[in-house]
Design a binder for this molecule. Structure first.
Ligand code: COA
Ligand code: AMP
Length: 635
């Protein structure tokens, strides 16, 4: 049978509001909308204006009331601690409603922000859903970020409460979270009134009297008293969450997600794009700190009545490269979503796929990859090994769900290696030249989306409408700038080639080289610096910093390089994966003083490069090549 994709996409194009109104019928509303879309509201318009709903109600309560009370809703599978916990929809409701009651006790109200800084434990999902239940706006901060990054987010979001844990667990080490949390609160100007701390047995922590409360004690006492907070109606246009993502500077962007449009878009995507049915098991092997975790560990699978898996482990080393296959067979996973880097890690350790043969994967239907470029070799390897379709799809924190995908639920289209396939309904994707003109088919250009963005995309940045306009809407009037470069082929397939800004993608994690440069520049011996993303077989890209030392510095550069590495780890966190600093005499620049980062990256990656016409002093590029060779790079 052919794919329904083209008909469905044309259906959306000819009547977008009818399309989204139909999709919205899959959601339970407390009050219906006055307008499906109001172009006069917000920065570029708002969806489902006048409607009222609750994301937690749609993710949990409606299933409890609708016959799924005893179905598993969430499985916490933690090979790193050797534990598993399972929660039915009814049990999930009890956990979430009790935690929501605790939040109310601590004065958290509709519209207040709550920061969640947690490892991959079930309570991280409970915390998100508890906020949604009472209309509080959650902001999850990834556990691999250091105290200063957390402090920046605290000062921007100004949370009334923070939910955190005593520690996270990485292979071979326990990561104490509490000193990071306390350090961040000390640094921040805005102080939360309450911290709710989950004590983990691997490392308990002290609680600050008057501010900190014990998560387990508070929730047990709410349960013992039979207190359950009800789901409050919120406006469809009210924020469900703010998720900070890397911008071009060290100040991250607070991506705002509205409630109504988001749950409509996610619900639609589960069946039509990911091809899963209610009752099936869906696993996104990511982290709740990233957008993939928000959308496809927590909200989408639950909105759809699936069982979701929250996995605390790594694709390799916990305990071996067979972990993913064990989880798939043990929990009967129908679809897995992860980043290509996870598969490169598995392939690196088990190229012949010996571990796969040990498990029954007969119920497994589709592998979805996103978050970074999926190299064709890895896709083909996974296809051969698993015997299922491997689907590359492309999106961003800003959009909340796929922009392009191969919609298996509508009938799969042919796979083109290297392409994340075709635009999903809601997205009119165009390729424009730097001057804003459409480019020919097959030619590289700026990937943009015609406004308005569909439901679920960011309506703005947190408290920063003007930054939103400047960052995304001003360069190409009438379009949203994705900051990705790519092209569309004759069959309408998109190919994403690179970012057009200084964002790099390290193991599927989005990082700002500008942010790293700001930190490195703080080192007292550094006069100037530039950070580039270098190709890496496992992580896709890794950062490499070039530093020019202040005149008169006589210390051993190797020592300073080590200090710079330590500084980035301390200020940004281990997630930056910053391990390499190269000391150089000068940085290559254009005559107007712009650092030629692109050319430096090509030299490091052994790509062909040509001498930029505007270069100030061509000899500097040779010096860069020599300095890299001395580190064994670019040879
Ligand atoms: N808390 C504290 N530290 C963390 C952390 C967390 N939640 N997450 C990662 N880190 C640390 C790691 O321990 C590592 O520290 P190290 O420098 O001391 O070794 C550092 O941050 C870098 O982490 P990462 O880039 O993830 O490298 P890794 O070697 O630990 O793992 C992969 C590499 C490929 C196995 C891993 O990145 C992975 O599984 N990625 C695929 C899934 C995914 O996360 N996708 C994200 C978006 S879909
Ligand atoms: P994030 O906001 O962290 O999801 O990162 C979004 C960015 O990751 C995109 O703008 C792309 O640069 C990159 N990206 C995500 N998915 C893909 C993909 N399938 N192919 C190529 N790049 C991708």
């Amino acid at each position: 049978m052919g794919s329904r994709y083209h008909d469905v996409y044309e259906g959306w194009r000819s009547a977008p509001e009818r399309f989204w109104a139909d999709a919205a019928n899959e959601i339970d509303w407390f009050k219906s909308w006055d307008k499906v879309f109001d172009p006069d509201m917000g920065v570029y318009g708002r969806w489902f204006v006048g409607a009222e709903c609750n994301a937690c109600f749609n993710a949990i309560d409606r299933h409890v009331e609708g016959g799924r009370a005893d179905q598993l809703a969430l499985i916490h599978d933690s090979p790193i601690t050797g534990t598993q916990r399972k929660f039915t929809y009814a049990e999930l409701k009890r956990e979430v409603a009790a935690l929501a009651a605790v939040l109310l006790d601590r004065g958290v109200r509709k519209g207040d922000r709550v920061i969640i800084y947690m490892p991959m434990v079930a309570e991280a999902a409970f915390a998100m859903l508890a906020c949604a239940r009472i209309g509080a706006i959650h902001s999850v901060v990834f556990g691999g970020f250091a105290a200063r990054e957390l402090a920046t987010r605290i000062d921007d979001a100004k949370p009334v409460a923070i939910i955190s844990a005593s520690c996270g667990i990485e292979p071979g080490r326990v990561v104490p979270y509490k000193p990071l949390l306390d350090g961040a609160i000390d640094m921040a100007k805005s102080k939360p009134a309450t911290c709710i701390i989950l004590q983990r047995p691997e490392l308990e922590c002290d609680l600050v009297p008057g501010r900190d409360i014990d998560y387990a004690e508070a929730v047990s006492s709410a349960k013992a008293d039979g207190r359950e907070a009800p789901c409050v109606p919120v406006a469809a246009t009210d924020p469900l969450y703010v998720l900070y993502t890397s911008g071009t500077t060290g100040q991250p962007k607070g991506v705002v997600r509205d409630t109504g449009g988001h749950i409509v878009a996610l619900k639609w995507s589960m069946k039509n794009q990911f091809g899963v049915d209610p009752g099936e098991v869906y696993w996104a092997a990511s982290d709740v700190g990233w957008v993939v975790g928000h959308s496809y560990i927590v909200y989408a699978p639950l909105l759809h009545g699936c069982t979701t898996i929250l996995f605390e482990g790594k694709p390799v080393g916990t305990p071996d490269a067979g972990t993913f296959w064990r989880v798939i067979s043990e929990h009967k996973v129908a679809a897995l979503f992860t980043a290509p880097t996870a598969f490169r890690a598995i392939k690196g350790q088990d190229p012949q796929g010996e571990f796969v043969r040990k498990y029954d994967l007969s119920g497994f239907r589709t592998l979805f990859l996103a978050g970074e470029r999926a190299d064709p070799e890895t896709i083909k390897w996974a296809e051969r090994l698993l015997g299922v379709p491997v689907i590359d799809h492309w999106w961003q924190t800003e959009t909340g769900s796929p922009i392009t995908n191969n919609p298996v639920g509508l009938g799969m289209l042919p796979v083109k290696y290297g392409s994340p396939s075709v635009p999903m309904p809601g997205y009119d994707v165009r390729i424009l030249s730097d001057e804003g003109h459409p480019v020919e088919r097959g030619k590289l250009g700026n990937v943009v989306v015609k406004l308005p963005l569909p439901p679920g995309c960011l309506p703005t940045l947190w408290n920063a409408d003007q930054r939103f306009r400047e960052a995304y809407l001003e360069e190409f009037p009438g379009y949203y700038k994705t900051a990705d470069a790519g092209y569309v082929d004759d069959d309408g397939y998109l190919f994403i080639m690179a970012r057009t800004d200084d964002i790099i993608n390290v193991a599927g994690h989005r990082l700002s080289t500008g942010g790293m440069e700001e930190v490195i520049a703080e080192h007292p011996d550094v006069a100037e610096c530039a950070v580039i993303g270098m190709a890496d077989e496992l992580k896709g890209q890794v950062p490499c910093g070039f530093v020019v030392l202040n005149a008169g510095v006589s210390r051993d550069p190797a020592e300073i390089e080590k200090e710079v590495v330590a500084l980035v780890r301390e200020k940004i966190g281990p997630v930056a994966a910053y391990r390499l600093t190269v000391t150089v005499k000068r940085l290559p620049k254009t005559r107007s003083g712009k650092i030629l980062r692109g050319t430096m990256q090509k030299i490091a990656d052994k790509e062909e490069w040509s001498m930029p016409a505007t270069i100030d002093d061509p000899a500097i590029l040779d010096e860069i090549g020599v300095a890299l060779k001395a580190k064994g790079i670019g040879i």
